[in-house]
Design a protein around this ligand. Sequence first.
Ligand code: ADP
Ligand code: MG
Length: 219
Amino acid sequence: MPITPALLPKLIQSIADTIVKNADEVTALDQAIGDGDHVFNLQRGLTALVDQSAELANLDWGSAWQKIGMTLMTTIGGASGSLYGTLFIAMNKATLDKTLTREIFADVFAQGVEAVKKRGRANAGEKTMLDVYIPVADYLKTVDAAADLTKVLKQIACVAKEGVESTRDMVATKGRASFLGERSKGHIDAGAKTGQLMICALVDVLLDDLARPPSATPA
Ligand code: ADP
Ligand code: MG
């Protein structure tokens, strides 16, 4: 069964919940090497998406990405606002009228991540959210169309967790943390952490959806 935007309200709620649950931890990370506002920025965007989620559920994927992107761009603020806006708007451009198969999603997501790299003039290894998103995009590109979806989803969560952990020993060369230079070492990047939390929340909903017997799906 293809995943449709009808699942968006659950996906968005799960993301919003995980950010609320981990808000203190992320704020502490951002206070250590940033200005401490990252969670509040992100929560503004997620609250707006929760409010729009019923509407988003009725759109096609391309229009949903576009609306999500515009909402995040205009509500999050900070460096991450324009980057998240860019991610989803680029995903819309890459989606066009394609049906979202697993392979096409991998390509659409990779193009979104490429757009974020361009927008932030950043790459892997600079201690940002990209240290989660680039490895996940790279992993998705390697997945065989016949691969077991449960295993793929669990692997996505592992790749995201490795990605966030990898930021600990990096020296920040982008964003506010770069002002600290070498002193940014030893701390996890807050934007990478929220990226990982959101990816893991998506994975949990998708695993739950897969595990449900077809009869449990309302007609
Ligand atoms: P600000 O830094 O403007 O206060 P936020 O606190 O909302 O914005 O977001 C900070 C996060 O944004 C960082 O932790 C980092 O992951 C990400 N970030 C900052 N600059 C860049 C960039 N140039 N490219 C990619 N991600 C970035
Ligand atoms: Mg900040």
